[in-house]
Design a protein around this ligand. Structure first.
Ligand SMILES: Cc1cc2nc3c(=O)[nH]c(=O)nc-3n(C[C@H](O)[C@H](O)[C@H](O)COP(=O)(O)OP(=O)(O)OC[C@H]3O[C@@H](n4cnc5c(N)ncnc54)[C@H](O)[C@@H]3O)c2cc1C
Length: 392
């Protein structure tokens, strides 16, 4: 039987797809990376990359880090504010349009990777010995497929048409500011402004990302959009902001028990739903799943090892821990005032949060400590409008 033209097709050239294609191409596999967009393309995203992604990010992309993140401002409205200053960087902010385009160029520079832009996946059929991908550029065949085509993944819908997933709604605006300070970025999360979620402000080098995250259900996008104007009006640092563009976008909620692979296909990044239900962070998990997907496919092509191990890894490393994170997000988003006073008026809990974001502690560890130490932790900074905690 004729061998398919490519060893692996990767659908979607965001961080998950580019990273999978990069690792597979460097291992010598003949890869086709396709994306429906032409790059540079806009992806609504606040662009915060945490240090968890650091082991996977090629050195060539690091000059695109616009600012370091080492301070977070958590608030309940503009008057109750906790400033958490970390002595070590928690991550960096990037502009996704330029970062993703540079990532794709880097992958394109590999001899063994072909790239097709403006090519949309429409359907996928898996047989015993190949995968047939029907696209707007014709029928493409390979031995394996990585579905990294984002939150609305066509690959996922083709292989698991009845699987249920949970989503949150976001509305993001990119805005120009009359003045942006240099130096490390102070990123803000407000628990009061968006019902069942939060608002954020992420300053970059020349623009701000301002947005709202609202838990699932139809109509969430409209709520987020309607609240954004009021949110902007409440924050003095946003005075004079000039909208550049704005868009609603869904975001998957991690903690899913759904399958993530078949015999020849794996899902990665948002297509696999790997987004932190508390913070909305998905970029580091997109890189991590791109890496795991490449490893699993490499082993499958070399030795015939089943891809089921990939699904298990996603559960143990990402979705399993996110099941507990969902409990925390329920508390934060449905009882924001109490959650703010209990969790974010306490230096020790804030320090643990920073460790979770850095990947040095799990949500289970944070919740267990917070529960066991509750009696000694409660009497903290209840009074005063603004507190600052310096954490290691
Ligand atoms: C408003 C907002 C703010 C966010 N802020 C942050 C943040 O600050 N930090 C963070 O870590 N995460 C954040 N996230 C989450 C983060 O953006 C995603 O988790 C991350 O982009 C996932 O990467 P990916 O490669 O899986 O998917 P994507 O980056 O979405 O890439 C998927 C690619 O697939 C392509 N594609 C889609 N359908 C098809 C098709 N049918 N055929 C071919 N190609 C297709 C798309 O064009 C796209 O290029 C945010 C998300 C939103 C919506």
């Amino acid at each position: 039987m004729e061998r398919p033209r490519w060893d692996v097709i990767v659908a979607g050239a965001g961080p998950a797809g580019c990273h999978a294609a990069w690792e597979l191409g460097r291992r010598g596999w003949h890869v086709l990376l396709i994306d429906r967009a032409s790059f540079p393309r806009w992806k609504p995203c606040a662009g915060g990359i945490t240090v968890k992604a650091s082991p996977y990010i090629p050195a060539e992309l690091r000059n695109l880090f616009e600012r370091e993140m080492s301070e977070a401002v958590i608030s309940y409205g503009p008057r109750l504010v906790t400033r958490i200053r970390s002595s070590r960087p928690v991550g960096w902010v990037v502009h996704r349009e330029t970062f993703d385009a540079a990532h794709l160029e880097l992958v394109r520079s590999l001899d063994r990777v072909d790239v097709l832009e403006g090519c949309t996946v429409r359907d996928v059929i898996e047989t015993a010995w190949q995968v047939v991908v029907t696209t707007s550029c014709g029928e493409l065949r390979s031995l394996a497929l990585v579905g990294a085509d984002g939150v609305e993944s066509r690959v996922r819908r083709a292989i698991f048409p009845t699987a249920e997933r949970e989503f949150a709604a976001t509305y993001e605006m990119e805005a120009r500011m009359p003045h942006i300070e240099d130096g490390p970025a102070s990123v803000s999360f407000d628990l009061q402004s968006f019902p069942g979620g939060y608002g954020w402000i992420f300053p970059k080098r020349t623009t701000f990302s301002i947005g709202g995250y609202v838990e699932g259900g139809p109509g969430g996008g409209r709520v987020a959009r309607a609240r954004l104007e009021r949110f902007i009006a409440c924050w003095p640092q946003l005075e004079g902001s000039e909208p550049v563009r704005a868009r609603g976008y869904r975001i998957p909620v991690g903690g899913s028990r759904a399958r993530m692979n078949t015999n020849r296909i794996v899902l990665a990044g948002d297509a696999a739903g790997t987004v932190d239900p508390v913070t909305g962070e998905g970029i580091s998990y997109a890189f991590m799943t791109g890496h795991l997907a490449a490893q699993a496919i490499d082993a499958m092509l070399k030795t015939g090892r089943s891809l089921d191990g990939y699904g298990l890894q996603l559960w143990w490393k990402i979705h399993g821990p996110f099941v507990l994170a969902r409990r925390l997000s329920d508390l934060l988003f449905h009882h924001p005032r109490s959650a703010f006073e209990y969790l974010f008026r306490n230096r020790r809990i804030c320090g643990w949060f920073v460790r979770v974001i850095r990947g040095e502690m799990t949500y289970a560890g944070l919740l267990a400590r917070a529960a066991v130490l509750a009696p000694v932790l409660i009497p903290s900074h209840r009074n005063g409008h603004e507190v600052t905690f310096n954490v290691p």
